[in-house]
Design a protein around this ligand. Structure first.
Ligand code: INI
Length: 158
């Protein structure tokens, strides 16, 4: 019997791309800093000159899938992390944006075979988003951990 799972010990060799939405950047910048902190503590070089990390910015969460797809198709990254914040507020736009982002990211991941981490916060209020982006907990940190696990799991399978 084989037990196949991701590890956190050899993560320092992973190549990672992060795609971040500028919409609600008060939140997405906090997610990004949590994410970078976790990657760095797991041995991934997050410096400006890093050859194992690239960061792309998109206007909003709706655009996360297409840029994730471009990055995944380069076959240069073990894992792609998407970061966005979709806040319900009073607009029905919320449902459209979150549906397209989630479906698009899942499709790109399956079609390219590159794990794409769904790091899009969906909340009813800005307060809830702030709580999940650092006031109580920074989910950016968790998204990075999930990326390390999935990136190393795919490597183990290849
Ligand atoms: N983009 C987000 O990332 N979060 C939101 O809450 C949001 N709302 O509510 O409108 C949002 N809209 C912009 C969208 O992602 C696109 O950038 C835009 O429609 C252009 O395609």
């Amino acid at each position: 019997m084989a037990t196949i799972e991701g590890t956190f010990e050899r993560s320092s060799s992973l190549k990672v791309a992060i795609v971040v939405a500028r919409f609600n950047d008060l939140i997405t910048n906090k997610l990004l800093s949590g994410c970078l902190d976790c990657l760095s503590r797991h041995g991934i070089d997050i410096s400006e000159s890093s050859s194992q990390l690239d960061i792309a910015w998109v206007p909003g969460s709706f655009e996360l899938p297409i840029i994730s797809q471009e990055l995944a198709r380069k076959l240069k990254y073990d894992v792609v992390i998407t970061l966005g914040a979709v806040i319900r507020g009073d607009t029905p736009h919320f449902d459209v944006v979150i549906a397209e982002a989630s479906k698009g990211i899942a499709t790109v991941s399956r079609e390219t075979g590159v794990p794409i981490i769904f790091g899009v916060l969906t909340t009813d209020t800005m307060q809830q988003a702030l709580e999940r982006a650092g006031i109580k907990n920074n989910l950016g940190w968790s998204y990075a951990l999930q990326a390390i696990e999935m990136g190393s799991l795919m490597k183990a399978l290849s």
